[in-house]
Ligand binder design. Structure first.
Ligand code: GLU
Length: 435
C-alpha cells in the first residue's frame, strides 16, 4: 500500500519562520531558501518535515597525542542529512570555525547539490574544530585516524563516503581510507573519494570543482550574451577551487584582475599572471608577499567593477551589508554558502546573475561520483573521459536550472533548490515511510 505522507495538518509552516533570521547562521541561510522553494513547489507538509531535519548527527571527542607529549582533545562532527537517493556524500573540513550548525547546513547543501546534478547520492558533511596550519603532519595523521575511528559506524561505500573540503586533501583521504580498511580487515577504496590517483583516486578529481566553476561561468556568459574573451574576473579564495578556476578561466581568455586569500588580496587591471601566482602559493603557502599587483582589502575585492565575481573560500562573505556595493554582473559561487539569504534580494534587485553554490561548485562531487564508480568497477577512465563526462553533467545541469528559472520566473538559486527538492521528495514519496 502506498504511504500518504500528507499529514493531517495545514500547509507548510516553518516553526521558526517569523523569528528574526540570524544572517550568519548557515543552517538558517539554507532553510530560508529551502522554505521559499518548498512553498513554490507546494511541498506536502509531511515531506517538508522530513527534509528539514538531518537523519543522523554525530559528535565525537578526539584525543590526540601532540608531538610535545601532551594530549589535546578536539571536537569532531559528522552529519548525514539525507540518504534517500543513495549513500551520503560530503567532505570533511578541518577549521577553527567549524560548528555543528555549519556542518548540518553543509550536509543539507550536499543533499541538494547531488540532486541538482542528479547523481545517486544523499548528502553529508564532517568537520573537526582545529587549526591544521599549526599542526605537524604526525599530529594531523593521528587526528584524522582517531576522528575516522570515532565516526566509523556510519562510514562505508554504501552508507557514507567522505571527500576533501576546506583544509583537507588527498593525503588526509588516504589516512581515512587506510583506517577504515584496517578496521574492516580488507582494502576498501570506495569508502572515500579525492584519494591519490595511485590508490584508487580519479584523474581530474583535484581540478574538478574549479573546472566545474569554469564550465558554468562560460554557460552564464553565453546566456547573458557576454563574450568569454576579455571577461574580467575577481576571485576570493586561492585554494583548490579558486586557483584552479582562475587558471582555467585564464586559459579560456578571461582576464583575472583580482585574487585574494586570508593573507591578503591584490588587484591588477592588466590581468594577474595566474600560473605565476600559483607557483608562488605552492612555495609560500599563501599570497602573503606576492606583489604582482596593487594590494586591496577583502571588501574591495568583492566590490570591484568586474564582469564576474567568484567567491571560492568560506560562508557569509556577501551579506546584506555589502551586497548593494557589489558591481559584478555575474556571481559564480565556488564556495558553499558565500552569499547570505539577506543578500539574495539585494543582488536580485541589482539584476546580478547568480550561479548558486549547489550548482556552481558541484563539479567536485560529480567527479567524486566518477571516482566511486571507478573504484567499485575496478576499471579506471582516462582524464579525457572524466572531463568530457563532467562537462556533460555541468552544462546539462546549468540548462535544467535555467529553464526552471524561466518557467517559474525565479532566480537561479530558487530554481536549483526547486529542482533538488523535487527530486529528493519524489524518492521519498516512492519509498514511503519505513515503519
Ligand atoms: N567538499 C566538496 C563539496 O563541498 C566535495 C564533496 C565530495 O566530493 O563528496 O562539494
Amino acid at each position: 500500500m502506498a504511504t500518504d505522507l500528507r499529514l493531517p495538518t495545514h500547509k507548510i509552516v516553518h516553526p521558526d519562520k517569523d523569528r528574526f533570521l540570524n544572517e550568519e547562521n548557515p543552517f538558517e541561510a539554507m532553510m530560508s531558501r529551502f522554505d521559499r522553494a518548498a512553498e513554490l513547489l507546494d511541498l506536502e507538509p509531511g515531506i517538508y518535515q522530513v527534509l528539514r531535519n538531518a537523519e543522523k548527527q554525530l559528535i565525537v571527542s578526539i584525543p590526540v597525542q601532540l608531538d610535545n607529549g601532551n594530549v589535546e582533545v578536539y571536537t569532531g562532527y559528522r552529519v548525514l542529512y539525507n540518504t534517500s537517493r543513495g549513500p551520503a556524500k560530503g567532505g570533511i573540513r578541518f577549521d577553527l570555525q567549524v560548528t555543528l550548525e555549519e556542518v548540518k547546513a553543509l550536509a543539507a547543501w550536499m543533499t541538494w547539490k547531488c540532486a541538482v546534478v542528479n547523481i545517486p547520492f544523499g548528502g553529508s558533511k564532517g568537520g573537526v574544530v582545529c587549526d591544521p596550519l599549526k599542526m605537524s603532519v604526525g599530529e594531523l595523521e593521528r587526528l584524522t585516524r582517531r576522528y575516522t575511528a570515532g565516526i566509523i559506524s556510519v562510514l562505508g561505500p554504501d552508507s557514507d563516503v567522505p571527500a576533501p573540503d576546506v583544509n583537507t586533501n588527498e593525503r588526509v583521504m588516504a589516512w581515512v581510507m587506510d583506517t577504515y580498511s584496517m578496521r574492516v580487515g580488507h582494502t576498501v577504496t570506495a569508502v572515500v573519494t579525492g584519494k591519490p590517483v595511485e590508490m584508487g583516486g580519479s584523474l581530474g578529481r583535484r581540478e574538478a570543482t574549479g573546472r566545474g566553476c569554469m564550465l558554468v561561468t562560460k554557460e552564464a556568459l553565453e546566456h547573458l550574451g557576454m563574450p568569454v574573451r576579455g571577461t574580467t574576473v575577481s576571485i576570493q579564495g586561492f585554494g583548490n577551487v579558486g586557483s584552479v578556476a582562475a587558471e582555467m578561466l585564464e586559459r579560456e581568455g578571461c582576464k583575472i584582475t583580482a585574487i585574494g586569500d586570508r593573507s591578503g588580496c591584490i588587484y591588477n587591471p592588466g590581468g594577474i599572471d595566474v600560473v605565476d601566482a600559483i607557483k608562488y602559493v605552492r612555495k609560500h603557502k599563501t599570497l602573503e608577499g606576492y606583489n604582482n599587483g596593487d594590494p586591496i582589502s577583502g571588501d574591495e575585492l568583492l566590490t570591484l567593477d568586474v564582469d564576474v565575481l567568484l567567491p571560492a573560500a568560506l560562508e557569509n562573505v556577501i551579506t546584506s551589508k555589502n551586497a548593494s556595493k557589489v558591481r559584478a554582473k555575474v556571481i559564480v559561487e565556488g564556495a558553499n554558502g558565500p552569499t547570505t539569504a539577506g543578500a539574495d534580494a539585494i543582488l536580485d534587485e541589482k539584476g546580478i546573475f547568480v550561479v548558486p553554490d549547489i550548482l556552481a561548485n558541484a563539479g567536485g562531487v560529480t567527479v567524486s561520483y566518477f571516482e566511486w564508480v571507478q573504484d567499485r568497477g575496478g576499471y579506471f577512465w582516462s582524464e579525457e573521459t572524466v572531463n568530457d563526462r563532467l562537462r556533460d553533467i555541468m552544462t546539462r545541469s546549468f540548462r535544467d536550472v535555467l529553464s526552471l528559472s524561466r518557467q517559474h520566473k525565479v532566480n537561479m538559486r530558487t530554481a536549483a533548490y526547486m529542482l533538488a527538492i523535487s527530486r529528493v521528495s519524489t524518492v521519498h514519496k516512492l519509498r514511503g515511510i519505513y515503519a
